[in-house]
Design a protein around this ligand. Structure first.
Ligand code: TXA
Ligand code: MG
Length: 339
């Protein structure tokens, strides 16, 4: 299959709508990461998404909408808390898990009776949903297990020959995927942290929000989990990634004493000059949003420079940093050392 890579304009957006209506899969930009969009009501389209990604079929997809009216049929119940959060955070990087409605096909939800929904804050994505009239299901547009794509070029590398069209909407703003929060019970539970934090949600709802323990702990593959995506190895470059906790001086002497080949460092801005090996900064030490923005780009760059072993400075675990930490520990396969 020939894969077109087109800038967003009337024609390319019409083509994207046509393709999605016809059950095809299109690479689209969102404010978080690029997604692989297909009609959430069409099981053949959904099968194509799983195939293109090589995604385990027990891992459900997120449905993307462009208006509150579209929720009808996609979910069977909209709680007051959901309405409140939608008012504050939609359009935006918040996915809410709700009871599944009849119009979404079972494959989209991997057979679960719940569905994740979000309204993306990206002009191109919303125009495609509006114009086609189709709420699309979209996972991140990477091959399963690889870092999520934050540029159209990343999608092209992973999806060339597998999908007919990618719309190039430039670099994604947030850089990490949406916050996923389960709204199925009385207490909201964060299943995947993002740039909308537990504290943000607590403030708006004026009640406590939980964070699932799997967010920072490892999960054995055969364990029952709240969100299937928790149990898969994720975001991994070819290199072995090791997170190193400890102050910067200890980090520097530890890394500089490793003489093996292909060692690289992921550090914060301004720290680069201390190392004898190749270094990539993934943002400012005290600015987790900049780290979120750069993380996946840097993880993908490691492959391009042929890194074999990567020592990464450890992010904080509060607020937006938790999203960065959650992705980085997965890319490291939970390997953390302290110096
Ligand atoms: O920012 C994002 O959310 C991006 C863009 C494209 O919108 N999408 C994305 O999708 O990250 P994906 O498929 O890579 O991640 C979806 C996550 C998975 O961890 C999945 O297990 C979880 O959401 N999820 C989806 N539906 C769920 C459900 N009904 N119950 C529990 N977890 C669910
Ligand atoms: Mg993903």
């Amino acid at each position: 299959m020939n894969t077109l890579l087109l800038l967003p304009n009337e024609e390319s957006i019409d083509l994207a709508c046509e393709l999605i209506k016809n059950g095809e899969v299109v690479g689209v930009p969102t404010e978080t990461v690029y997604g692989l969009a297909g009609d959430c009501t069409n099981s053949l389209a959904i099968k194509k998404i799983f195939e293109a990604k090589g995604r385990p079929n027990d891992n459900p997809l997120i449905v993307h909408i462009s208006s509150m009216e579209m929720l009808e049929g996609i979910v069977s119940y909209v709680s007051e808390d959901v309405k409140t959060l939608a008012k504050y955070f939609w359009p935006g990087p918040l996915t809410m898990i709700m009871p599944k409605g009849k119009s979404v096909c079972n494959d989209t939800c991997a057979g679960l009776d719940s569905v994740g929904v979000r309204m993306p804050d990206n002009e191109v994505a919303r125009t495609i949903i509006d114009r086609s009239g189709i709420p699309f299901a979209a996972p991140s547009a990477n091959v399963s297990g690889k870092p999520s794509p934050t540029k159209a070029e990343d999608v092209y590398i992973d999806m060339k020959g597998k999908i007919p069209l990618i719309i190039d909407g430039g670099e994604c703003f947030a850089g990490v995927e949406s916050t996923v929060v389960s709204m199925l019970g009385e207490t909201p539970i964060i299943l995947r942290p993002g740039v909308i934090t537990k504290e943000d949600i607590e403030k708006v709802l004026d009640k406590p929000v939980k964070i699932a323990k799997e967010v920072i702990e490892g999960v054995l593959d055969d364990k029952a989990v709240l969100s299937p995506g928790m149990k898969y190895k994720h975001y991994s470059p070819n290199a072995e990634v090791i997170i190193v906790k400890g102050d910067i001086d200890n980090f520097i002497s530890f890394v500089n004493s490793d003489k093996s080949e292909g060692v690289c460092v992921m550090c914060f801005d301004g720290e680069e000059k201390n190392f004898k090996v190749q270094t990539l900064s993934y943002g400012k030490y005290d600015d987790p949003k900049s780290q979120a923005h750069n993380l996946f780009r840097v993880l993908r760059e490691l492959d391009k420079i042929g890194a074999k072993k990567v020592y990464a400075r450890c992010p904080q675990t509060e607020g937006v940093s938790l999203a960065v930490y959650n992705r980085l520990i997965r890319s490291a396969g939970f390997k953390i050392i302290e110096v």
